[in-house]
Design a protein around this ligand. Structure first.
Ligand SMILES: NC(=O)c1ccc[n+]([C@@H]2O[C@H](COP(=O)([O-])OP(=O)(O)OC[C@H]3O[C@@H](n4cnc5c(N)ncnc54)[C@H](OP(=O)(O)O)[C@@H]3O)[C@@H](O)[C@H]2O)c1
Length: 335
């Protein structure tokens, strides 16, 4: 049976009635995400809103507050907003529209396309509260199509919309070292960039609306194939009887080196898969990628196969393992 994509699990982007933290990217202990100190460039304090205080949004909003901005937060489950306010000060609002009222910039980091529509559109959506000229900055990993749809809806109201997905994971958000890939219009991008630099090391406009989401898809395609190749290399070396930690040290200084090899190689050998970005999230992202490829005609045979490998991991209980758990599928059968 084909396992459901994470986005349809009802966990990702869905309500969390237990109040326990079962989010991808959070350790099983559910410890709150703290925002370590970072220096910030001098800047004019702005009134901003931040919608979605999950693994990524909580520390990103924290950096904005620490940089001196007046931040009003909204989170669907109120407990996370209360915890953020207790840590950073600022204000909370009961709806996205109320949070957005009076804000020059409204940031969001929610789960998927539907979640994004839920916090932007309708009576209680952010667009209803924003004043003409205000900028909505979306850090969700979503489709290029929803970015274009919301860009047009924003423009019809005299607002700006930028798609701005991020790479760098929970550690990058906490340390303020994310990479932000943007699509949209130049003027609101230029105005927004100094704010996003409070939690990023690079914030780049890559084209018209949707270009940021398409760049994030490129990023995910590159990671998926690389992780499968790394898993196969490690499994092969182990079967060949090599001292694989030593092999990693050696080939990590050569042409096979990668971030994944440096940061996940050892833990993959140790069968440890609790390091952030979860299989459920990756399946959501590869779903976006494969939909887009069907539209633009790109051939993604390896990506499509790796997507199915992740589906197998979901089916055996690995929905919340990190993406390097592709290694699990390659374990030798028990004697
Ligand atoms: N985690 C990572 O390492 C990572 C890295 C890069 C990109 N991303 C992307 O960043 C986005 C957020 O990831 P995350 O790890 O921060 O997820 P998360 O911890 O699940 O946080 C998502 C937040 O969005 C809120 N939300 C979801 N659906 C909503 C809705 N319909 N209405 C209102 N609020 C809603 C959730 O509220 P509740 O508290 O009520 O659930 C939660 O606060 C995703 O698109 C993900 O793919 C994540």
């Amino acid at each position: 049976m084909r396992a459901a994509r994470g986005a349809r699990h009802g966990k990702i982007g869905g309500p969390n009635p237990t109040g326990r933290d079962a989010r991808p990217g959070v350790g099983s202990e559910g410890a709150p995400v703290s925002t370590p100190p970072r220096s910030y460039a001098p800047q004019t304090p702005r009134q901003v809103a931040f919608l979605g205080l999950g693994v990524m949004g909580h520390p990103m909003a924290g950096h904005l507050a620490r940089a001196g901005h007046q931040v009003t937060v909204y989170n669907r489950s109120a407990g996370k907003a209360a915890a953020w306010i207790a840590e950073h000060g600022g204000a909370g609002a009961p709806t996205p529209a109320a949070a957005a009222r009076g804000a020059e910039f409204v940031f969001a980091c929610v789960g998927n396309d539907d979640d994004l529509r839920a916090v932007t559109l309708g009576e209680s959506g952010a667009f209803a509260g924003m004043a003409p000229g205000a900028v909505f900055v979306d850090h969700t990993t979503a489709s290029a199509a929803v970015a274009r749809e919301l860009h047009a809806a924003a423009r019809a109201r005299g607002l700006h919309f930028l798609d701005a997905p991020v790479s760098g994971g929970q550690a990058g958000a906490a340390g303020g070292q994310l990479t932000v890939m943007c699509g949209g219009d130049a003027a609101p991008f230029d105005a927004m960039r100094p704010l996003a630099m409070n939690y990023a090391r690079a914030v780049t406009l890559l084209g018209d609306s949707g270009a940021g989401q398409l760049a994030k898809m490129v990023n995910q395609i590159a990671i998926a194939g690389l992780l499968q190749a790394l898993a196969e290399a490690l499994a092969f070396g182990r079967r060949a009887g090599l001292d694989m930690p030593r092999v990693l040290e050696v080939i990590g200084k050569g042409a096979a080196q990668s971030w994944q090899m440096d940061n996940r190689g050892r833990t993959m050998l140790e069968d440890r898969f609790d390091f952030g970005f979860a299989v459920d999230w990756m399946r959501k992202d590869l779903g976006l990628v494969l939909d887009e490829a069907r539209r633009n005609g790109a051939q993604l045979p390896v990506t499509a196969l790796v997507d199915q490998f992740y589906a197998e991991l979901q089916a055996i209980g690995g929905a919340r393992w990190d993406t390097s758990s592709l290694m699990r599928r390659l374990r030798p059968p028990p004697d």
